[in-house]
Design a protein around this ligand. Sequence first.
Ligand SMILES: NC(=O)c1ccc[n+]([C@@H]2O[C@H](COP(=O)([O-])OP(=O)(O)OC[C@H]3O[C@@H](n4cnc5c(N)ncnc54)[C@H](O)[C@@H]3O)[C@@H](O)[C@H]2O)c1
Length: 301
Amino acid sequence: MGHSLAQTFAQAGHPVWLHDVDEAILRRARQLIAANLRTFAEAGLLDAGAVAAVVDRVRTTTSIASACEDADLVVEAVSEDAAVKKELFRTLDVVSPGRTILASNTSYLDIFRFVETGRPERVLITHWFAPPHIVPLVEIVRGPETSQDTVDRVRALLVAMGKKPVVIAKFLPGFIANRLQSALTRETLFLLDNGYATPEELDTVTKASFGLRIPILGTVKRMDFAGLDLTQKVIANAQYEPPPARTSSPAVDALVQNGRLGVKSGSGFFAYGGRSPEEIMRERDLKLLKLKKFLTDMGEL
Ligand SMILES: NC(=O)c1ccc[n+]([C@@H]2O[C@H](COP(=O)([O-])OP(=O)(O)OC[C@H]3O[C@@H](n4cnc5c(N)ncnc54)[C@H](O)[C@@H]3O)[C@@H](O)[C@H]2O)c1
């Protein structure tokens, strides 16, 4: 997430310091940013001559003090571990100027319970979606002491960058998008584990049905189109029982045991023809960029 976040701010014209504890990771981050920008150029969304200028706006350092000494905003995207984040915020509070807003990209941790800084009014969660240089949503989650001014400034910054921030009034595990995604994942794994459908069939059903409608109708407007009287009947249908909560899935466990971890290992539920993860991601990103442009031009994004 870190390199992609740095790229997103740099593409919007902001000078960025990208910090990590490991110089090799920073080297790799610069390569990934350049490759991502070439994909934008290939999709016709960035002048090929502008790639170098964007890359140059991202400076990298293993010194957190250098990275933060003149920062207006810090976006933390370290490992999803409360102890690591707690310690990092302690450091950020010391090395950042008093004006700096400190944002966490946590996926599910209630950082407001354990982060201690002298500026709780300037601490919040900005939860981005992978890949953040393409996906527009950023969930802004305020803590009990986050000021309205902080929320307003971060929201205005993200809007100016072409992002779609949604403010969530208080911490809720999974925020909004991950809760919706989790409900779908739970049902998907129930159907797979109980032999109702193959992975191919499930993705065909998803893409060829509500998947096509979602970019236009979302999940709420869809109910208006279906008719709320019908929706009432669907809710009342006692025959539908959501799958029970589980802590594992035999289908996933079997794949992981065989080293099939998904795109990063070359195969998961599907095989990817021996192509590198970079190639597979590039193809996905090109398609996502084209779809996003189409939906933006249609006024749907
Ligand atoms: N991967 C996703 O799709 C996704 C989506 C939304 C949010 N997030 C959240 O973003 C954060 C990062 O996720 P990721 O998938 O990029 O993780 P990752 O493990 O790929 O990267 C974490 C990076 O943090 C660095 N790091 C660890 N401790 C550090 C420290 N003390 N100081 C500086 N750097 C440190 C590591 O070297 C590593 O490069 C997590 O909180 C995760 O929950 C991830």
